[in-house]
Structure formats: C-alpha cells, structure tokens
Design a protein around this ligand. Structure first.
Ligand code: IPM
Ligand code: MG
Length: 370
C-alpha cells in the first residue's frame, strides 16, 4: 500500500465538472491499485472568493504546502471582472504558484493518434507530434515590480509591468529543460526576444552558459515571434521549448491547438526537490470556459491527463500513468468525443459520458493486462 495525499481544487467554470470525472478516475485507481488516496477538496479562484472573500484562503495554502500533490480544475469568470485585481480568481492561482515556488511548468503537446484529424493544421504536420513546452512560472512580467496603473505629475496616466529575471531563475529553468531533453530527443529551443529586450539578451547568455554543462543536448536560440510561426509551420522540429512566463503562456495555447483541442492539454508545475519531496500542481492548460460551463459540454481529458502526469511525476507510478493515457487513447479511438474534438458525423458525448467511457476503458485494459 502506498499512501498519497492530494488536494483537489475544482475552481470555477468547467473546472468542477472536469474534476468530478477525475474523481471517478481516482476512485478507480484507489479500488484497483495499491495506491491509497487521502483526498482534501477546497475552493480556489472565484469560488474561494465567494466563500472566503479571497481567491486563495490561508487555510487552503497551508494544506497545499503539506500534500503530495495538488490537482486543479480552472479559475476565472466574467462575474469577477470588476473585482480588485489582487482578489480576482487568477490572483489565487498566481499566489499558489509563487508560494509553492512552482517554477517549472511542463506543458506537453502530444498529438494523440486518433486526434490528428481534429487539429486545425494539416494532419501530416501534427500526427505523431510530441513536444514539451517548459514555461517559467514564478517570475518574469507576471510578478515583476514595479507594476500598476498610475497618474504622473503632469496628469498623464500609464499602465506598467516589469519583465525581470534573476540569473538563478533562468538557470534552474534551463536545467530542467536540458534534463527533460536528455530523456527525450535531446534538443532544447531557448526562446526569448533578445533582439529587443535586455532580459532576452540576458536569458540567452545564461542559457548558453548552462548549455555547456549538457554537451549531448543541442541548444538552439529562437525569438519568440519566430517560435510562434514555426509552431504552426513545422511543429515537429521542436523537442523541448524552454521559455519565460509570458511567452510560455502564449506559445502553449498555440501548441495546444496543434493537438486537436485546448481541451486535451495537461500540465505539471513543479518546484525544486527539497528532502526528496517536490511541490507539484497539476492543471489543464485550458481556462474555465464560462461560455460552456455547467452544460455537460466540457472535455475532462486535459484534467484526467494532468492526473496521469501526477501519477508519473509525484507518485512515480509509470505503469499506472501509461494505463490512464492508454485509456484516453482507447476512448478516442472508439470515436467517443466531447464537442470540441468530435469527429464529423459522430454525435458528441457529454462530460460525464466521457468519464463513464474512461472507467470502462480502464476496466477493459486492466483485465487485458492482468
Ligand atoms: C495559464 C492561464 C493562467 C496564466 C491564468 C488563468 C492566470 O492562462 O495557466 O496558462 O496566465 O498563467
Ligand atoms: Mg494560458
């Protein structure tokens, strides 16, 4: 028996629906493997604001710091558009990332075989695609000071944010990138805007120095705008893309669409290893999709695949992670699809039907393997 603790944060919008299906999957692993889950569920984002008056309560953060892993749904919604910035749903997520020092955000864009035709790109460009976007998550313009909206003495108003990176922040991110590449196709693209930004020049300098420690890994520097273009032109040229917080946010949405749907992309946000333990938050790359929330239309697969990453990275359960990913492929191959990835002429299924199909696939595949 292996005991693991998880904090579930369903959040807002489609988050709770996706987490509900994930809970069935976790239940399945609890009944069918020797993993024993100790689950706590709490609010984050808008839901937490309504309940606690803050998007991340201190009590929630305390639990978050203790558990082995956190799995989140999504945060945000138009009903909180006019709330003060530090109380907005997104602020809860950003504080969580910062407080746990979850600097390494792994966003694997893998095109699952059954979905190659669902991409907005030509099938041959994306079939077999397997790239890893590694996004820095606790620094850069998301957190840089000064920031704000201010009125100058001459009466002119301005809004400002600051892009700032310390050397060690770039270095630790790049090291994760090289280590990931070592287990993959041995190529890292370090992405910045060294042609216009000082922080970009510095990023490139640090990446070059750190790269010398990894002679087997090919390092290429690329400007972020070019990277966006190359992602839709020839995505298979990439292996690991290591980039800052803002560029990583943008490029990962772009990469997500290559895989068929934003509803498919999982992510893992990892901290440094301290005493053999590494703080970890698993969340889908997609947002809260308020336009479809509560209608049973959401695709729960990005959340489920995030849990597969949790099995892999936090619980060291490679075969359980493989099983769950195979179950997802199995369901997709049977043309069981939510609206966002539905094949032409095939009636889409609901969020909970997708959950049911996954459980059936897990049962089927585990008896085959037994
Ligand atoms: C993401 C999201 C978040 C971000 C939002 C919800 C704060 O877009 O995880 O990609 O910008 O980091
Ligand atoms: Mg984003």
């Amino acid at each position: 028996m292996k005991n693991v603790s998880i904090l579930l944060l369903p959040g807002d919008g489609i988050g709770p629906e996706a987490i509900a299906e994930l809970s069935r999957v976790i239940e399945w692993f609890s009944s069918n493997t020797d993993l024993a889950f100790d689950i706590t569920t709490d609010d984050l984002g808008g839901a937490a604001y309504e309940r606690y008056g803050t998007p991340l309560a201190d009590t929630t953060l305390e639990v978050a710091k203790k558990v082995d892993a956190i799995v989140m749904g999504s945060v945000g919604g138009p009903q909180w558009d006019n709330v003060e910035r530090h109380l907005r749903p997104e602020a809860g997520l950003l504080t969580l990332r910062k407080e746990l020092d979850l600097f390494a955000n792994l966003r694997p864009a893998t095109c699952r075989a059954a979905l190659a035709s669902a991409s907005s790109l030509k099938e041959d460009l994306v079939s077999g695609l397997d790239i890893m976007i590694l996004r820095e998550l606790t620094a850069g313009v998301y957190f840089g000071e000064p920031r704000g909206i201010e009125t100058l003495p001459d009466g002119r108003r301005r809004g400002l944010d600051t892009q700032v990176y310390f050397e060690e922040e770039i270095e630790r991110l790049l090291r994760v990138g090289f280590e990931l590449a070592a287990k993959r196709n041995k190529k890292v693209h370090s992405v910045e805007k060294a042609n216009v930004m000082e922080s970009g020049v510095f990023w490139r300098e640090v990446a070059t120095r750190v790269g010398k420690d990894y002679p087997d890994i090919e390092l290429e520097h690329m400007y972020a705008d070019n990277c966006a273009m190359q992602l839709v032109r020839q995505p298979k040229q990439f292996d690991v893309i290591a980039t800052d917080n803002l560029f990583g946010d943008i490029l990962s949405d772009c990469a997500a669409m290559l895989t068929g749907s934003l509803g498919m992309l999982p992510s893992a946000s990892l901290g440094s290893e301290i005493d053999g333990k590494r703080a970890a938050l698993y969340e889908p790359v997609h947002g809260s999709a308020p336009d479809i929330a509560g209608q049973g239309l959401a695709n729960p697969l990005a959340t489920v695949l995030s849990f597969a990453m949790c099995l892999r990275y936090s619980f060291n359960r490679q075969s359980d992670a493989d099983l769950l990913e195979s179950a997802v492929d199995h369901v997709l191959a049977k043309n069981i699809r939510t609206t966002d990835i539905a094949a032409q002429g095939v009636k889409p299924v609901s969020t909970s039907d997708m959950g049911t199909a996954l459980i059936e696939a897990l049962n089927e595949l585990s008896t085959q393997n037994a």
